[in-house]
Structure formats: C-alpha cells, structure tokens
Design a protein around this ligand. Structure first.
Ligand SMILES: [Zn+2]
Length: 160
C-alpha cells in the first residue's frame, strides 16, 4: 500500500492542489498562540497556523473529501512540528494501513517536507518526494537544493 502525505497545505502558506491516491494523509501546523517558533517568543518565524484560526485551515484548493486523515503537529509550545511524525499518530496510522511507501508533497520543501521525509526514512518507509508538488522557503538561497541533496543522501527518492 502507498500513502500520500500532504505537508501543511494550509491557507497561511499557499495555493494548492488535489491528488487521487488510495490513502491520503494531510498534516497541519497547528500551534498555540505562544508557540516557540514565533518571533514574539524569540523564534525564527512570524506567527502562523495558530490552531482554529482561518490561516490554519487546509487550503480550499485541496479536495478534503479525498483526505482520509488529518494529523496536527507542533501543538505544544516547545514542539517544532516540522516533521509530521513528531509527537503525532502518523506512524501508527500508516502501519495500521500497511503503508510501505510514502509519497510526500507540500510545504515547505526545506523545512516540513524535508523533516517529514527524513523521519519517514528513519521509521523504515520507502519515501518519494515529488519536487514539482513542493516549494522551498529559501530563507537562505540554495536551501531547497541542499534539502534535496540531504534527502537523497538519506535514501529518499526525489523526483520531478
Ligand atoms: Zn510552524
């Protein structure tokens, strides 16, 4: 069984799309309003994806009827939530559905897609990142390319 993991295609981050695949999981950044990654707390990012706000909803361009499970991450002040596997049920959900291969798409390539794909490899899944269905933030120019190199070195297939 294959699964598609859509990383953080939320209103704060994107325009988006929809994809027909057997098991579809969407992750959401879903933060408390004092999340440690926010600039007001000394973190690197502007406040984003505060739980239950409009900006934290999945983008309307995603066909939510095709999504089987939504996994929320970064729910406590001190969990980054870059990876969909960090303190979530994602791994057990995938195992319960006999998933062996994850196809990972979404936002952003150099942060949450990267972290989710690397954790999926560590957990023993085959992982394919579909680069044309991701975008990098590029806080530093070249971050996207560096993420691709790191993913490939970890055994992740990166395809266009
Ligand atoms: Zn976040």
């Amino acid at each position: 069984m294959d699964a598609l993991v859509i990383v953080d295609v939320q209103n704060d981050f994107c325009p988006g799309g929809a994809l027909p695949v057997p098991d579809v999981v969407a992750t959401r950044d879903w933060h408390p309003d004092n999340h440690g990654s926010f600039a007001a707390q000394g973190g690197p990012w502007p406040a984003h994806c505060v739980h239950d706000t409009p900006g934290a909803q999945l983008h309307p361009g995603i066909d939510a009827t095709r999504i089987d499970v939504v996994v929320d991450k970064g729910q406590t002040r001190d969990t980054d939530g870059y990876s969909g596997f960090e303190q979530t049920e994602l791994e057990s959900i995938l195992r319960d559905h006999d998933v062996e291969t994850l196809h990972v798409v979404g936002l952003a390539l150099d942060y949450c897609v990267r972290a989710t794909a690397l954790d999926a490899r560590r957990a023993g899944f085959e992982v394919v990142v579909h680069r044309d269905a991701t975008r990098a933030v590029e806080v530093e120019p070249g971050d996207g390319e560096r993420a691709v190199a790191e993913l490939r070195a970890a055994g992740v297939q990166v395809v266009d």
